[in-house]
Design a protein around this ligand. Structure first.
Ligand SMILES: [Zn+2]
Length: 198
């Protein structure tokens, strides 16, 4: 079991975007949803004319976030990517993950075609095999996501307040259970001893 890590998203990258998106003007933007909610927490969507244009010759690997992007996150997260069009928006893909699964050393998560919604992407012609979303993270402490290594810094403890309380509750319940178990076990043995002596 792993703990959700407190991290900052530093970049959202699309590797090998489908050519059909690039035929027209490509103006990608992202939406981020925290927890399991449908309430939009963060987006870089702007008006069609203000949205940054990506040219086809840059299309190998596209970074959708600004160079100074640094969004604090923790726990469950959904990221949706779209192409901003003049009259509408076109979905590029959607990914969902928990920060507990971020590799602590590399601080990167890579989502292959089969891990990106909608599933129809896998069989859609013109979707390159190398099409993937790459999310990069930064950290400002050395806390671990392994719960047995339970020694959180002040910032993480605050962010993880609920999880920490839940974890302590579980621990307390186990302690009470062990205490009662030992107590009854001992008194049972004592009675048994008395009975045998009689
Ligand atoms: Zn920490």
């Amino acid at each position: 079991m792993y703990f959700p890590l407190r991290r900052n998203i530093s970049s959202i990258i699309v590797n090998k975007p489908p050519f059909k998106l690039l035929n027209t003007t490509f103006k990608p933007f992202f939406e981020i949803y925290f927890g399991n909610s449908n309430i939009l927490s963060y987006t870089n969507k702007s008006g069609f004319f203000d949205q940054t244009k990506i040219f086809a010759n840059e299309a190998d690997r596209i970074c959708i976030t600004d160079s100074d992007f640094n969004l604090p996150i923790c726990g469950d997260l959904t990221i949706k990517l779209y192409n901003n069009k003049l009259m509408s928006t076109k979905k590029i893909g959607r990914i969902a993950f928990n920060t507990a699964f971020i590799n602590e050393e590399s601080n990167i998560l890579i989502f292959k075609v089969r891990e990106i919604d909608p599933d129809v992407l896998q069989i859609t012609p013109g979707i390159p095999k190398e099409f993937e979303f790459i999310i990069k993270f930064t950290k400002d402490c050395e806390c671990s996501n392994k719960f047995y290594d339970f020694n959180l810094c002040e910032k993480c403890a605050k962010f993880l307040d609920k999880e920490v309380i839940d974890w302590k509750e579980i621990n307390k319940t186990i302690e009470v259970f062990l205490f009662l178990f030992n107590y009854f076990n001992r008194s049972f043995l004592m009675k048994k001893n008395i009975f045998m002596k009689m």
